[in-house]
Ligand binder design. Structure first.
Ligand code: HEC
Length: 358
């Protein structure tokens, strides 16, 4: 099969979500979300947040592929430029608490982030447009806290599983809606379950190997926390935690408004996924409700108090960790630093317009 036909076939398969969202067609919601108990599992091209060549050893990066012409049925002069995305990986989202990418080619966790999932807009397009845009690679939303580096960190009997040759992905099991990834490394079958750790930049890895052998997990880079929680014959449970490796704000949409308005603010509230975490009717969500927020006294995590004025609201949008509202976790809301002035002003107008009883 020619690479281009293969790519097209892959895209068709990759675009099928395993579990559709509860509210209508999943493809109308370009910021899809799963939950803690019912993760959303998507097979799609995924962004590459700068993974090194050792991590991507089996992806055939850098290999040249000549142009193929479907009309004449053979290769023609020229070269196919590969998509700038990771193919054949699986993205999983548990809501704002945890998103991660498990790669079927390398048989390992590639990266993990918090505070958002994927912005599918450039790939799926939108309902109004009725078509996708131009680009197969969705954008990340949230704060990256883990990124694979170097050889596979899992060691069986003291040696990285990378030394057992190319991994073979078997598939994944769903138990209680939670995926367990199954990969063959040489003569060992390794099962990996990845679980969220709410309130921290962290995740839990539950690994088992058959036939049973001593398992260990290498610390891939300094700053990464690897804490073994339990260890048995052929099993290993550990917590991976790390500082922020970068903040991602999704796909920046073309703004065509000429002046700030409440209506535009309401649109951005949906487009930038604020709606995922902030309600306007007073109900609890991942973040504080916006009902009656403007002008109200806020109690912060350190016990201090501040009035929710323009400056405070703007700072909360651009640098959410600067002041944390009491009862909420830091690192949960992605910083929105790249919006235009009219977008910030519209969001402020919208927030201010939401009265307590709405
Ligand atoms: C993934 C969840 C999430 C998303 C998405 C999100 N926020 Fe937040 N937001 C939070 C959390 C959690 C807090 C409380 C912790 C803190 O103060 O940072 C918060 C706090 C705030 C506050 C301060 C609220 C208060 O009660 O004092 C403002 C204002 C705010 N967010 C605006 C926005 C805007 C505007 C957007 C979209 C452009 C947005 N947020 C998107 C989770 C989110």
């Amino acid at each position: 099969m020619s690479p281009r036909f293969f790519a097209v076939a892959l895209i068709l398969v990759a675009a099928l979500p395993v579990r559709a969202g509860t509210a209508g067609m999943i493809t109308y919601d370009t910021l899809p979300y799963g939950t803690l108990d019912a993760p959303l599992i998507l097979r799609t091209f995924l962004p590459d947040p700068g993974l090194d060549d050792t991590v991507m050893a089996h992806h055939g990066r850098g290999a040249r592929t000549s142009e193929y012409s479907p009309e004449i049925g053979k290769d023609i002069p020229g070269e196919v430029v590969p998509l700038q995305g990771v193919p054949a990986a699986i993205a999983v989202n548990h809501g704002p608490v945890l998103s991660y990418v498990f790669d079927t080619t390398e048989g390992r966790l590639l990266y993990a982030w918090q505070g958002g999932f994927l912005d599918m807009y450039p790939y799926w397009g939108e309902k109004e447009m009725g078509t996708r845009l131009f680009d197969y690679v969705p954008r990340l939303v949230g704060t990256l806290f883990y990124k694979a580096a170097g050889k596979h960190p899992l060691e069986i009997g003291g040696r990285s599983v990378s030394e057992a040759g190319a991994p073979r992905f078997v598939g994944y099991d769903l138990v209680d809606r939670q995926p367990t990834f199954i990969v063959r490394h040489g003569r060992h079958t390794v099962r990996t379950r990845i679980r969220p750790v709410p309130g921290q930049h962290a995740l839990r890895l539950e690994i088992s190997a058959e036939p049973a052998a001593a398992l260990a997990y290498r610390t891939e880079y300094s700053g990464l926390g690897v804490k073994t929680e339990s260890k048995g014959d052929g099993t290993l449970v550990l917590m991976l935690s790390g500082p922020s490796l970068g903040a991602f704000e999704g796909y920046s949409r073309q703004v065509t408004i000429k002046e700030a308005s409440i209506a535009a603010g309401e649109l951005f509230y949906r487009n930038y996924a604020c709606a995922v975490c902030h309600s306007t009717d007073g109900s609890m969500s991942h973040g504080p409700t916006w009902a009656g927020l403007f002008g109200r006294e806020r109690i912060l995590a350190d016990g201090s108090k501040i009035a929710a004025d323009d400056a405070y609201l703007l700072e909360s949008i651009k640098d959410p960790n600067a002041k944390i509202v009491q009862g909420f976790a830091p690192n949960f809301m992605p910083p929105y630093t790249k919006l235009g002035e009219l977008e910030y002003q519209s969001l402020l107008l919208f927030i201010k317009s939401i009265r307590p009883g709405r």
